[in-house]
Design a protein around this ligand. Structure first.
Ligand SMILES: [Zn+2]
Length: 245
C-alpha cells in the first residue's frame, strides 16, 4: 500500500482486494552480527509473501517497532509499552476498516508481539466494527518448528535454530540485506533443550533476554546462507497463509 497511490488502493478494494496483511516487527538487538531492523524488514517481506498466498490481499504498513522490553538491556533497542502497541494496532484497524477492508491479518515477526496480539484480538475486532474481521497469527512454537525443519532438511543444522539471531534469522537477513550481516561475528548463543523451550520464552519475557543469553543470541548463528533464508521465508509464509485460509 505504501508504494501505491490512493486512487489505486480505492480501485483495488473495489476490485476485491479486501484483505490487508500487516506485519508487526521490532527494532531491537539481534546479537553482534545482525542489524536492529531484522524483524521489521523480515515483516515487510513476509507480509508480501503471505498476501500473495492468500490472494485478494494488499500489504499494509509494517508496525516496525514492537514490544521489546525484554531486550532493553542491549543498546539501541526501541520498545513500545504493551498498551501503546495495542493502541497502534487499534488505530490501524479503525483506519483500514474505514476504507472498506473486510479482513485484517496481523503477522508478528517478533516473539514479543505474539502474546499482546493474541490477548488484544477481541478488542481489535470490536474496534474494526462488524463489517471487518481481525485475525492474527499467534503460533510462536510453529515458527520455530518450521525453521528447525528447514534447517535440518536443507543443511542438517536444525539444532541451531533457537528463535533469535540464530541460523534462521541470520539466513533471512542474508537473503534480505547480504551487506548488513557481520558474518565474522556470527556465533553460538544459548540453546535450550526441546522440553525447556516453552518455559524459556516465559523466563525471557519475565527476567529479560540478557539473563538467558549474554550475547543476545538464542540458538546458533553459524552456518547461515542466503539460500537457506529464502527457504525460511517461503516456509513460514506457507504456514501463515495456511492458518489464514
Ligand atoms: Zn528477530
Amino acid at each position: 500500500m505504501e508504494r501505491m497511490t490512493s486512487p489505486e488502493i480505492a480501485e483495488a478494494i473495489a476490485g476485491g482486494y479486501t484483505t490487508v496483511v500487516v506485519a508487526t516487527g521490532a527494532v531491537e538487538q539481534h546479537g553482534a552480527h545482525l542489524p536492529l531492523f531484522m524483524d521489521a524488514e523480515h515483516g515487510d517481506r513476509l507480509a508480501l509473501e503471505v498476501a500473495e498466498r492468500i490472494g485478494g490481499a494488499l500489504v499494509g504498513p509494517t508496525i516496525r517497532v514492537g514490544c521489546s522490553q525484554h531486550h532493553m538491556s542491549f543498546a539501541g533497542t526501541v520498545s513500545l509499552e504493551r498498551e501503546t502497541f495495542h493502541r497502534v494496532c487499534t488505530d490501524y484497524c479503525v483506519s483500514l476498516a474505514a476504507h472498506g477492508f473486510r479482513r485484517i491479518c496481523y503477522i508478528p515477526t517478533h516473539g514479543g508481539n505474539f502474546d499482546p496480539l493474541r490477548e488484544g484480538l477481541a478488542a481489535l475486532n470490536e474496534a474494526a466494527g462488524a463489517e471487518c474481521s481481525v485475525e492474527a497469527y499467534t503460533n510462536l512454537m510453529e515458527v520455530i518448528d518450521v525453521w528447525r525443519d528447514i534447517a535440518q532438511r536443507e543443511a542438517g543444522l536444525g539444532e541451531r535454530v533457537g528463535g533469535h539471531a540464530d541460523i534462521a534469522e541470520t539466513s533471512i537477513m542474508m537473503a534480505l540485506h547480504r551487506d548488513l550481516v557481520r558474518t565474522e561475528l556470527a556465533e553460538a548463543g544459548f540453546s535450550a533443550k526441546p522440553e525447556e523451550r516453552a518455559e524459556l520464552v516465559d523466563r525471557m519475557i519475565r527476567e529479560g533476554f540478557a539473563a538467558v543469553t549474554p550475547n543476545g543470541i538464542l540458538g546458533d548463528a553459524r552456518g547461515a546462507t542466503p539460500e537457506l533464508g529464502e527457504r525460511m521465508i517461503d516456509g513460514l509464509a506457507d504456514a501463515m497463509a495456511a492458518t489464514f485460509r
